[in-house]
Design a protein around this ligand. Structure first.
Ligand SMILES: [Zn+2]
Length: 137
């Protein structure tokens, strides 16, 4: 089946606060997100979706929230420790691992795609050699 992929980048900091090790410290990643969509039919321009439209959907619902943010689980401990920081914090209801972030991103994109377009696959790179993958089944 036909599909198209667009690649996005965002910079974000996070901490895996329940983890006993280096990831407990606030640190940053240059995330790379691959968004693959599919559909049954092409539109009047022979496209599944205009890449510009896909950029807008992912921008409004994903990268605008995450880019240059500190991404944290909204736990009592994190709220007490970090809420007064004068910075952009994006609160989530679970630890912001690559695995949780990719599931959250999938949900946000699926909720906002046009009716005839389906999200097929996501890859979220935390580093050049580490990524999480999500596939629609
Ligand atoms: Zn990390």
């Amino acid at each position: 089946m036909l599909s198209i992929t667009k690649i996005f980048h965002f910079e974000a900091a996070h901490t895996i606060s329940c983890y006993h090790g280096q990831c407990k410290n606030i640190h940053g990643h240059s995330y790379e997100l691959h968004v693959t969509i599919t559909g049954e039919e092409l539109n009047d321009y022979n496209m599944l979706i205009d890449f510009k439209e896909l950029k807008k959907i992912v921008g409004l619902n994903v990268t605008n929230d995450f880019d240059h943010a500190l991404i944290l689980k909204a736990s009592d401990e994190n709220i007490a420790n970090y809420k007064t920081l004068n910075t952009k914090i994006h609160w989530l209801n679970a630890e912001p691992t690559a695995e949780f972030l990719i599931m959250e991103i999938a949900k946000r994109i699926m909720e906002n795609l046009p009716e005839k377009i389906k999200l097929k696959k996501l890859k979220l790179f935390e580093t050049a050699s580490c990524y999480a993958e999500w596939e629609n089944d």
